[in-house]
Design a protein around this ligand. Sequence first.
Ligand code: IFG
Length: 543
Amino acid sequence: MQSTLRTQVLKAVAIVAMASAAVSCRTQAPASSTGTSTSTTSASERLTNERLTEQSLIPMPVSVTATNNLFELTSNTDIYVQDGSPELRNIGQYLANLLNPSTGLGIGVQTTQRAPKQGNIYLALRNDAALGDEGYELTITRDGVQLVANKPAGVFRGIQTLRQSLPARVEMTSQQAGPWQIPTGTIRDYPTYEYRGAMLDVARHFFGVEDVKRYIDLIAAYKMNALHLHLADDQGWRIEIKSWPRLTTHGGSTQVGGGKGGFYTQEQYKDLVRYAQERYITIIPEIDMPGHTNAALASYPELNCDNKARELYTGIEVGFSTLCTEKEITYKFIDDVVRELAAMTPGPFLHMGGDESHVTPMKDYIPFINRVQDIVEKHGKRMIGWDEVTNAKLKPSTVAQFWAKADYAKSAAQQGAKVIMSPATKAYLDMQYDSTTKLGLHWAAYIELDSAYIWDPATMVPGVTKAHILGVEAPIWTETLTNMEQLEYMAFPRLPGIAEVAWSPSTVRDWNTYKVRLGKHGARLKAMGINYYPSKLVQWSEQ
Ligand code: IFG
């Protein structure tokens, strides 16, 4: 159809729709309060609801096309998953578990050989190379929802978009009034970076299994796929190592401020790994060394060069500790720790820290890091290290995590190692928003929402281009954070913005339009029970 004719037809349709909408909203029966939506929603009313392109989707998808109609979840709606994939069935159940508490629609999960009849949601795998491992295509028509991807992970990521295209109250855990309408259209989407992570420091202050699971749920909602757990530092050792039990019984017994600390048994750690895996999130454990090791040095005298166990430490200084790099028992210790950690970590990476080794002479640090790299490789894993490790000779499989020194990031790229971008001046979620923020630190910068959003990993460090970058990670250090409420206040709303930096192409990223989307997203953050910082830079709408 000629474009002018098409435009005239569309205009005519719009005029008719507006006219009948004016009529229908006067005669429209009120949505029933029982939570089951009425089926009398008139066709014209469908044209007046928000368009798919106006939903506050974060991360912003690669492409969104609206078709100005509505699909409605009703008590007849079920989730149909393509037969033959247990993973799809689990994902279907995850979606049902998200929708049922708030909608009260009793949505079930069925397996099917072919697309279901109208009124249902369909999850399926389909070869579509352009979508890659985590991309998806979400098609919403008035007759149903179809979510397809190459891999189950892509379907899971698409579900995060589907939930964001429903009203924010869908995130509530108590039953809410309907109707449950989704604007129609098509979304084709896939990530820019393959590594999109968050780091949680459970060493300075210990966060129990339920808190970590909550954080996993929150980062999953923004399509992140990695959770880096900072499990050991000066103030605490948080993971049971059976061959060195005092690491947790003694080294895990306190925390910053002198509280009782805590640790994960190996069973609890495996439970976290499983919980994350169900959300297509890889756990990356970090044992920081040779610095940031006071908890281990307090637990075993023999790990100290003078054979004297250190006192437990409950302050927040850094850079005062080091393993004894010239003693062989140190490498036996590291081998035991890496062996046990690798055995319960299905993911490809072990993070071995390497930062702020201020009392380890560089002549000792370099061979130490080289040797740790070999131990990690011997146990079948790839090493990640903070950017100081680029002083050593990095294996091509090793990943350097840029946090402070651009030259180190550049050196990693030159050595052919991949880089994870976590600039402290942009991505450190423990940085205060401004000088009035009661929690957090500001040694790197004050980071308001715009500053955490307006940066491009691919141009941040000269000499480090997109080809060198594995992905982006947002660390949160917990020297000043003691519980989830405080953690959420510092992590949100900056974390969704960084998730967008990692997922969305820079061509669709713009602070002025993002802040409007984020403002509308406020209702969703509230509905998810997130204690977020209501920055004055954003017009928040919470209804
Ligand atoms: N730098 C230290 C962290 C933590 C942080 C607090 C790194 C790699 C300052 N190392 O960031 O242990 O103390 O903002």
